[in-house]
Design a protein around this ligand. Sequence first.
Ligand code: NAD
Length: 360
Amino acid sequence: MNYKIAVIPGDGIGPEVIGQTLRVLDEIGKKYGHEFEYTEVPAGGNAIDSEGECLPQKTVEICKSSDAVLLGAVGGPKWDHLPGSERPEMALLGLRSALGLFANLRPAMLFEELADACPLKPELVSGGLDIVVVRELTGGIYFGEKGIVEDENGTAAYDIEKYSEMEVRRIAKVAFDMAMKRGKKVTSVDKANVLESSRLWRRVVTEVAADYPEVELNHFYVDNAAMQLVRGPKQFDVIVTSNIFGDILSDEASQVTGSIGMLPSASLATGNFGMYEPVHGSAPDIAGQDLANPMATILSAAMMLRYTFGLLEAADDIEAAVQKVLADGYRTADIAKAGEPVIGTKECGDLIVAAVRGEA
Ligand code: NAD
């Protein structure tokens, strides 16, 4: 099979981590007989420099005509003086809206080899952790009506949380489809004891569950979910929740894994189209020094194979290769303990490519 991937290396460490990721994809392509065809496009600070805007229309067009988008990171101090609406990070919002990316997937995966980096007690995470937070990305309070009014108490401000059945059904299906490919358990998080919008959320998620009899569904209030994530994180498989609750819980869940250099993410549209990127930013402090950990981006590519291309075995293979490199004791600086020897970005890529090839 031939897959078209729009590649946005971006700024800072973006091109370095993307470079290693494409090497891993090429190796996987060879091994499984797939061809990945890359079209590199500008976005972010580099696009401001070369095209005069952070998200050129031709970038959007190429992304739209591809099967998936792979992004490094955008932004950096060079463009920090620009007004908010012209900054490199606006490219991300522009891409989300132009590509209809309504579902944000943030796995919190703790490799057993990195258990030391986890702030929780070892017995809570023994055997590693594998949670995915599915966050609704284009609705709810962040996009609802908002305003400032004057009344007898002075100035007041409001933001409205509003969800339609269509929006809840759409994101719930993403969560249940994902659970079918994983541990077959969905936890829906809301605040149905207080919020009307949460009561609608809970009703619709329960209706969608009827189409997935193999998947176990439970409902948590958001305060309880936040507590359980640090008391018993192994009870979770897929967590589905609204934009604002997902914003908070996905950060909480990812922190239990320890390092930002290990965290992949995906944003999905209908029809399996998706944009895949590491959670971290462009890390200008270490850019161009062969210090960046490319694993978050390589794991994002594994998500692309799994969720957009349906290449489950190849995706597992990449994750196993990353795990092997960790198990063999190799660490980039961000995940090394004090005094441990460290490897650079390129050597990390070499080792993961070798592990995919089955070399020791
Ligand atoms: P950051 O994630 O870039 O860096 C935070 C810290 O983590 C830094 O010390 C950095 O060196 C380290 N780090 C990050 N990724 C790493 C990796 N792969 N390997 C090793 N160490 C890593 O966050 P920041 O410093 O707040 O932001 C820097 C720039 O990135 C800003 O311009 C910001 O707006 C932008 N940003 C972009 C995205 C994105 O493109 N999706 C996300 C967040 C921040």
